[in-house]
Design a protein around this ligand. Structure first.
Ligand code: UGA
Length: 437
């Protein structure tokens, strides 16, 4: 059993702390946000993450997991300190390392000789080397060990990793991490710290590229009369391509992919590497978000200005209440900026506690959002949207069209309710035919 400190109790930090306690270690998590720490001490977890609150509370009760704001008392007695601190994007897209750097004086002062720092924050390639210089403690190993968990699947992904990437200069670091992650069964990629840092950005950027490729193909399908679902299946069977991250949608978003692609572009700029492909990626993703607004406009029987648009889903994906860089929220705001009356509902968002601007109003139910709508726009793939009483909702609508950007609704069910279902990447003549009939 190791005694470890986790710095940062956000998504990655809290999951890491809980899972390390689950593996049998004694874990203390420190966060600079006193209010968050007080809530955690009381067993209150703000994140919507399946299984995480239960795991945190269980290990608090056994005494294997504790929280505080005080670095001094715990860092000194730790075998290792894991850095799980945020690295948000600066205005120019580069990663802001202020939170990571702010802990270096504490680590320099309190860490005992021979201990390790494990860098799990997503940081630009070359950061570990810079931090080692600033830390100026040659007796402490700093290991780059990026995390690949997805929101909504955090515990599963942490405990069942596809791979464990270890970027270190000392072979002993791999032995140490193997003992820390004792029962995790995954291939280990041993490399240097800079390559480990790049692996994290390269992985997220590749996922973004795949999704954007699917969105591009979906638009092409609409123009040539092909079907994206079949095309996706057809290419996905090729193991060199794989069948995940090919779901067409309203563009990718969330707290990680947009930030990481921008940070990689920024690394390219800094090192005068031609990353034109990634510039195109960012532009194309923004285009696919704007394209949804254009589709709504085309589906409406009246001008967008003054039209009533019901938005179902605001979180950046299902199973989370995270609105950071959410394509759904962005599209809802774009519609409101065009002076549409937008009423939005998301099962994980508290309408009364979430501030909105302009003509965007949040509601507490799908029924309230859809009432009087000229068009319904599904932006997050919550399974419950497929289960809504569409017959009942259709009666309250002013229009008869549903644009499902996630492709999760049942066409037959909606047709039975008298609604036209428009999806991405499928030929669509239904409404035009209905309107001219
Ligand atoms: C992402 C990565 O998947 C994780 O491996 C990584 O550890 C994490 O970022 C991170 O850097 O911390 P996450 O942000 O939770 O995880 O989100 P994803 O599930 O990857 O989804 C990202 C975006 O792509 C969402 O907007 C989602 O709706 C969209 N998406 C995903 C699609 O539009 N189509 C798909 O087929 C898959």
């Amino acid at each position: 059993m190791e005694t470890v400190t986790v710095l940062g109790a956000g998504y990655v930090g809290l999951t890491t702390a809980a899972c390390l306690a689950h593996l049998g270690h004694r874990v203390h998590a420190i966060d600079a946000d006193a209010a968050r720490v007080h809530r955690l001490q009381a067993g209150e977890i703000d994140l919507l993450e399946p299984g995480l609150p239960e795991m945190v509370r269980a290990h608090q009760q056994t005494g294997h997991l504790s929280f505080s704001t005080d670095p001094g008392s715990r860092i000194g007695g730790s075998d290792a300190v894991l850095l799980c601190l945020p690295t948000p994007a600066r205005v120019d897209g580069s990663a802001d390392l202020a939170a990571v750097r702010s802990w270096l004086p504490h680590l320099r002062r309190h860490l005992s000789p021979g201990r390790r720092i494990i860098l799990k924050s997503t940081v630009p390639p070359g950061t570990q080397r810079q931090l080692v210089t600033v830390l100026d403690r040659p007796d402490i190993a700093m290991i780059s060990n990026p995390e690949f968990l997805r929101e909504g699947h955090a515990i599963h992904d942490w405990l069942n990793p596809d791979r464990i990437v270890i970027g270190a200069d000392e072979p002993e670091s791999t032995r140490y991490l193997s003992s820390l992650y004792t029962s995790l069964d995954a291939p280990v990629v041993e490399t240097d710290p800079t390559s480990a840092e790049l692996i994290k950005y390269a992985a997220n950027t590749f996922l973004a590229l795949k999704i954007t490729y699917a969105n591009t193909l979906a638009e092409l399908c609409e123009h040539i009369g092909a079907n994206i679902t079949d095309v996706r299946t057809g290419i996905g069977h090729d193991p060199r391509i794989g069948n995940t991250y090919l779901d067409a949608g309203p563009g990718w978003g969330g707290p990680c992919l947009p930030k990481d692609v921008r940070a990689l572009v920024s690394t390219g700029t800094r090192t005068t590497t031609d990353l034109g492909l990634l510039h195109a990626l960012l532009e194309t993703n923004a285009y696919h978000q704007r394209r949804i607004v254009t589709l709504v406009e085309q589906l409406l029987p009246r001008p967008l200005t003054g039209a009533r648009v019901a938005v179902l889903g605001l979180a950046f994906k299902a199973a989370t209440n995270d609105l950071r860089d959410s394509p759904a929220l962005h599209i809802a705001n774009l519609l409101a900026a065009r002076r549409a009356h937008v009423t939005a509902y998301d099962p994980a968002i508290d309408a009364s506690a979430t501030p909105t601007a302009g003509q965007l109003t949040l509601t507490e139910s799908a029924t309230a959002a859809v009432a009087g709508a000229d068009v319904v726009l599904v932006l997050t793939e919550w399974p419950e949207f497929a289960e809504l009483p569409w017959h009942h909702l259709a009666r309250d609508m002013r229009g008869d069209v549903v644009l499902d950007t996630r492709g999760k609704l049942d066409r037959t069910l909606l047709r039975g309710a008298g609604l036209h279902l428009r999806t991405l990447g499928e030929p669509f003549s239904e409404i035009a035919a209905a309107r001219t009939a």
